[in-house]
Design a protein around this ligand. Structure first.
Ligand SMILES: C[C@H](O)CC(=O)C(=O)O
Ligand SMILES: [Mn+2]
Length: 342
């Protein structure tokens, strides 16, 4: 693979996807300290919001330690070079949330939909683009559909005004060949002015390999998390990706030793549990399940005595997608009744 002199924009998720792993309980001080250290290390883009994006605070998704507005107002003014992004899932985040984020100084808005539902992003993408924001269409659970279907949905988002399209492996299910196929088709068929991005999860141990496959196929924006802090087995560990890209001659603008230190000294000590490929997170990848379902399934295991792995396999078999968090407890209850446990 020849990535010599290839410029890659890395985008940190530890303070947004990592919110899932932290049950949305990151303090303002932790947000500011970690974001500031990443800024100094040269991280160009950092995402800050509830794990489920703007407006995610709810019984269904979990109540955070602070509101999105509080997090953004704490972090944005402290950034010297890094830009701050916010995620928005139409139906959870509203147009008012979008305006609030813009007023707080957010520069990049990432409008996320299930991979077959790009049509619900028209209003939010349209408004973000009109406000002059870097506007990203983020197609989640992209393993569930063919490359041609991803392209069809991406074209809708581009038509609404997105200047960048993400192929998102929310379940950490994809293997490098699938990433290559999907990214290559997007790159070949979308206008050259549209950037392509990839967001991976490490549930099958493939996050670095998949990110490299994405770059080789034409992606220029790659998501990851310092120390991998993210849902499931976490996101692509950025300090590792920086080291790999450096060895391959690609450029990220990030200082390797500084980002290693952010991972080791700031992010790892904040983890509530090790973020690793274990039997439950591996099951997410193997069965193609939305990564943020992990802690919900583990809580249901404690409550109803059904193994999280069995719950996750059944969620995969049923083809559940993001937004169906309330089904997890319901399913565990049904399984427990069937087994005569309650
Ligand atoms: C709301 C999800 O956590 C977005 C994401 O990071 C993914 O689909 O993966
Ligand atoms: Mn994710």
């Amino acid at each position: 693979m020849n990535l010599h002199n290839k410029a890659v924009t890395l985008h940190d998720m530890s303070l947004r996807d990592g919110m899932h792993a932290k049950r949305h309980q990151i303090s303002l001080e932790q947000m500011v300290t970690i974001a500031s250290a990443m800024d100094v290390a040269g991280m160009p883009l950092i995402e800050v919001t509830h794990g489920d994006g703007l407006g995610g605070s709810s019984l269904n998704y979990g109540f955070p330690a602070h509101s999105d507005e509080e997090y953004l107002n704490a972090v944005v003014p402290k950034m010297k070079n890094a830009k701050i992004s916010a995620l928005l899932l139409p139906g959870i985040g509203t147009v008012d949330h979008l305006k609030m984020a813009k007023d707080c100084g957010v520069s990049t808005i990432r409008v996320a939909t299930h991979c077959t539902e790009a049509d619900v992003s028209e209003q939010h993408i349209g408004m973000a683009a009109k406000m002059g924001m870097d506007t990203v269409g983020f197609l989640m659970m992209a393993h569930m559909i063919s490359a041609e279907k991803v392209l069809e949905q991406a074209r809708l988002m581009v038509g609404y005004g997105a200047n960048c399209i993400y192929c998102t492996d929310s379940a950490g299910y994809m293997l490098p060949d699938e990433v290559s196929e999907k990214i290559a088709l997007l790159r070949a068929e979308l206008p050259k002015s549209i950037e392509i991005g990839f967001h991976g999860h490490h549930n099958m141990g493939m996050a670095i390999a998949n990110s490299l496959a994405a770059i080789e196929a034409g992606a220029t924006r790659i998501d990851g998390s310092v120390a991998g802090l993210g849902a499931g087995a976490g996101n692509t560990p950025l300090e590792v990706l920086v080291a790999v890209l450096k060895r391959m001659g690609a450029t990220t603008g990030i200082d390797l030793y500084q980002i290693m230190d952010v991972a080791e000294d700031l992010v790892v000590p904040m983890m509530d549990q090790p973020i690793r490929v274990d039997r439950d997170s591996l099951t997410l990848g193997y069965a193609g399940v939305y990564s943020s379902f992990l802690l919900f399934a583990q809580r249901a295991e404690k409550k109803y005595g059904i193994q999280a792995r069995d719950i996750l396999v059944e969620l995969g078999r049923r083809g559940t997608v993001g937004g169906q968090e309330d089904m997890i407890e319901d399913l565990a209850l049904t399984m427990a009744k069937q087994k005569g446990l309650i």
